[in-house]
Design a protein around this ligand. Structure first.
Ligand SMILES: Cc1cc2nc3c(=O)[nH]c(=O)nc-3n(C[C@H](O)[C@H](O)[C@H](O)COP(=O)(O)OP(=O)(O)OC[C@H]3O[C@@H](n4cnc5c(N)ncnc54)[C@H](O)[C@@H]3O)c2cc1C
Length: 395
């Protein structure tokens, strides 16, 4: 008789796991609290849909915090393997200018999801909707909606993080796991916007304006990219990538300082030369010779006294090292991903819960972090495939 596998949560990680399990060996059921699969996956596809990132694996692996926790899963199913599989099932991809990997041929997110769902259908994976996991009975069988008991040989939780609650990933399971002695950590926004003390005048004038081709540094980490000015601060890939460091600093000191380089491709000597040789006034030179935008000039100019602004070395230094005091993270529900959830110490290296034999946790519900840009979906896919391979290899 086939062994029974229950996957709780039909998001990215659950879908990949189900798609790779050999269903001639296992009877697989996904239990999902919503009435459809992959709602967060669809939301992810709404903006630029980064299915993975094309950088080489040594660097790729360093994007994850804590270091090394995902290495084995990535070795088993890396970005190339993901791209190959997507292609095989009818989802061609292309590598964008920033090395992010997107669906090709104008394929819409819903079409990508449908192709994956077709795989599940072909493998006869059962799907039960509107079923919310609420805990276990004394025998460690799963309990749904506080009444229905489900017994399984293997259980995989893929319950997601706690942002975009409308997609079903509301993190309401956080209080359930400690009932079995499994340590959880409070959710925090990651890959999220950050709050700054913009003046009313500045945010009214510049909300929605991008700062392109900049670099932001915190400590020893620098991230090139762009951000957008929001009413209360900034959001965008350049700041998302620094999230782990920013969060640590916010926890310790309630404030985190980062530095913007508005001209990361121009050495300071070259800036000094251009500023010194210009025959125009300073503001015109910033706009026309250095090609700084009005938003950037409106950040730089009021941050200096008149004397400092006219002092070329001080001004050049401010263009290369503009300090920003981050006072907090934006609302958790708007975050692209969250940290917190199941403490990684509560799972073995193969993601099995130390307290519950043959019950595993994968995906964003575990406490790890990575920048957006394809690393999140790749992590969920790699963990899912890794779990499937483990089952498939069992005698
Ligand atoms: C706006 C936005 C843009 C994004 N863009 C990208 C991107 O371009 N590239 C990238 O790599 N990542 C992106 N992400 C992140 C990525 O979508 C997620 O990290 C990923 O989907 C997480 O997968 P998961 O399977 O762990 O959780 P989810 O996909 O969140 O799935 C969890 C599932 O579990 C279900 N569930 C929850 N609780 C229960 C319960 N008690 N019982 C039963 N079912 C339950 C939920 O309904 C949900 O279906 C984006 C996210 C957002 C919000």
């Amino acid at each position: 008789m086939k062994k029974k596998v229950t996957i709780v949560g039909g998001g990215t990680a659950g879908l990949f796991l189900a798609a790779f399990i050999e269903t001639d060996k296992y009877d697989v059921t996904i239990c999902e609290k919503k009435s459809a699969l992959g709602r967060k996956f669809l939301v992810a596809g709404d903006g630029g849909f980064n299915l993975t990132h094309a950088e080489e694996m040594t660097t790729f692996k360093t994007r994850y915090t804590p270091e090394g926790f995902l290495d084995a899963a990535l070795d088993q199913f890396d970005n190339k393997a993901l791209g190959d599989w997507l292609f095989e099932i009818g989802i061609p991809t292309f590598v964008g200018s920033s090395d992010r990997v997107f669906p090709d041929n104008g394929m819409k997110p819903i079409e990508v999801l449908k192709k994956i769902e077709e795989q599940l259908k072909a493998k006869d994976v059962k799907i039960e909707f509107n079923k919310t996991f609420t805990g276990w009975n004394e025998e460690n069988d799963l309990m749904f909606d506080a009444k229905e008991i489900v017994t399984s040989d293997y259980v995989f939780f893929a319950l997601g993080g706690a942002s975009w609650k409308v997609t079903g990933s509301d993190g309401s399971w956080l209080d359930v796991f400690p009932e079995k002695g499994i340590k959880t950590l409070p959710f925090k926004p990651a890959n999220c916007g950050y709050n700054l003390d913009w003046s009313e005048k500045f945010s009214t004038r510049h909300e929605g304006k991008p700062l392109k081709n900049i670099a932001i540094t915190m400590g020893d980490q620098t991230q090139k990219g762009e951000v957008v000015i929001t009413k209360t601060g900034i959001e965008g890939n350049s700041i998302y990538a620094l999230s782990p460091k920013i969060q640590v600093q916010l926890d310790k000191k309630k404030v985190a300082e980062v530095f913007i380089d508005f001209k990361p491709n121009t050495p300071i000597e070259s800036l000094l030369k251009k500023l010194t040789e210009s025959k125009e006034n300073i503001t015109t030179t910033l706009r026309e010779t250095l090609n700084l935008t009005t938003t950037e000039v409106d950040m730089i100019k009021p941050s200096l006294t008149k004397e400092e602004y006219l002092d070329i070395p001080t001004l050049a230094n401010r263009i290369k090292n503009f300090p920003l005091q981050i006072t907090g993270a934006a609302a958790i529900d708007e975050a692209i991903s969250t940290t917190g959830g199941i403490d990684l110490k509560a799972v073995k290296p193969n993601f099995e819960l130390k307290k519950l034999k043959n019950q595993f946790c994968i995906g964003e519900m575990l406490d790890w972090n990575a920048p957006t840009g394809g690393y999140l979906i790749q992590a969920c896919a790699s963990m899912g495939v890794c779990m499937a391979d483990m089952l498939n290899d069992k005698k």
